[in-house]
Design a protein around this ligand. Structure first.
Ligand SMILES: NC(=O)c1ccc[n+]([C@@H]2O[C@H](COP(=O)([O-])OP(=O)(O)OC[C@H]3O[C@@H](n4cnc5c(N)ncnc54)[C@H](OP(=O)(O)O)[C@@H]3O)[C@@H](O)[C@H]2O)c1
Length: 350
């Protein structure tokens, strides 16, 4: 259906969105109605905000590997169908609930949401929002929650990375990978070996601060790391790939090394040979960043405040690899899952 205004044709839904002042306009959202099927863009009716909730005008939403897994039913959390994916965003506050005291209308914020931010608007609890400092653009800010929150949690809170230590990071040119390189080199003064699946990705990782790189599609990661650091090994591994890459990385660790399991982008979950942990006094640990929101909120919140602070001080520089429009969300998912992406992929809602 279409309506005419001053001789121009507009879709009916376009007029609906703007012709409902105060009552809440409809907004567009990516919807997953059936697992493993393309997402649809739908007009969604808004709901009122609760006392502790905030309605945000979303400007950018991160496209995470986890969003794709959720829409395939392969993630540890399984929202009820239909749902709107998207777990992080940047935007401005549109409306606040009666008991909200932390932000006000017009504030620029980043936030995390269960699943609902691949949409022009989203509602979230005030505790899941952080104000963006003036110097940080909304686009770069959108990268901070998941990628930098995870990188900071893995490097600082879990592996306790020290200045001068060597960090090996896998899928190094990816969203998490580049954030790890940024924080490790520019905040923690560690030396990074970037491991990635192509020469172009290795080159990018080097440009973003890695000291050396290994293309693991062309031979053994363990042998390549040994050539770089000798038999001593690396102090910390941050692994997002899993499978044989994880096992090679584990075997590349030095005495009292730490390996942090972040993800299984390669699709295989490796078993840890416990004898390796014993022989070199190695610690193998995991990080599930989002889980800290419920289990240890101060630690979770600190990872985000630190990311914002590092960004405001110019110590880190989040890297946007590609920006897609909301209606291109399925292309954005393919871009990531086909290993074509580098850095963070964002949806722009404006
Ligand atoms: N635990 C947590 O809290 C947490 C937080 C954030 C992300 N993660 C996890 O970390 C992993 C990376 O997430 P991300 O968002 O940063 O993604 P990403 O690195 O931007 O993209 C995934 C990368 O993984 C590598 N990869 C290796 N084998 C692959 C395969 N079979 N299919 C697709 N990619 C493959 C590719 O890099 P190469 O071509 O260089 O190999 C690809 O570019 C995911 O498993 C995600 O769920 C976990």
């Amino acid at each position: 259906m279409a309506a005419t205004l001053r001789g121009r044709c507009f879709p009916w839904v376009w007029l609906c969105r703007r012709a409902w002042p105060g009552g809440g306009r409809h907004y567009r959202a990516a919807r997953c109605a059936e697992l493993k099927q393309p997402l649809a863009i739908e007009e969604v009716a808004p709901r009122p905000v609760g006392p502790h909730e905030v309605r945000v005008d979303v400007h950018f939403c991160g496209v995470n590997f986890a969003d794709i897994l959720v829409c395939r039913g392969q993630y540890q959390e399984r929202p009820h169908l239909p749902f709107t994916p998207g777990m992080e965003f940047s935007g401005t506050v549109l409306e606040t609930g009666t008991d909200v005291s932390t932000v006000k209308e017009g504030d620029r914020v980043i936030g995390v949401s269960g699943f609902n931010s691949m949409a022009e608007e989203c509602i979230t609890d005030q505790k899941a929002l952080w104000r963006i400092p003036d110097r940080v653009p909304l686009r770069e800010a959108a990268i901070l929650p998941v990628s930098y929150g995870t990188a900071i949690m893995a490097l600082e809170h879990r592996a306790r990375t020290q200045p001068g230590e060597t960090v090996l990071v896998t899928a190094a040119a990816g969203a998490t990978g580049l954030a790890v390189i940024d924080v490790a080199t520019n905040v923690l003064q560690a030396k990074v070996i970037a491991a990635a699946g192509s020469d172009e990705k290795c080159q990018l990782a080097m440009q973003r601060g890695a000291e050396s790189s290994v293309n693991y599609s062309q031979g053994s990661l363990k042998e390549a790391v040994r050539k770089l650091v000798g038999s001593g090994g690396v102090n910390v591994v941050i692994d997002t790939v899993g499978g044989d890459i994880f096992l090679d990385a584990l075997r590349s660790l030095a005495w009292e090394g730490r390996i942090v399991v972040v993800g299984f982008a390669g699709g295989t979950i490796a078993s840890v040979p416990a004898n390796l942990l014993l022989l070199k006094n190695i610690s193998a640990m995991g990080v599930y960043w989002g889980r800290y929101q419920d289990r240890n909120f101060p630690v979770f919140s600190r990872s985000l405040s630190s990311a914002l602070q590092y960004c405001q001080e110019g110590r880190i520089q989040p890297y946007v690899g590609a920006v897609f429009k909301l209606e291109e969300v399925n292309d954005a998912f393919l871009h990531v899952i086909q290993r074509k992406s580098t850095g963070k992929v964002l949806l722009s809602l404006k």
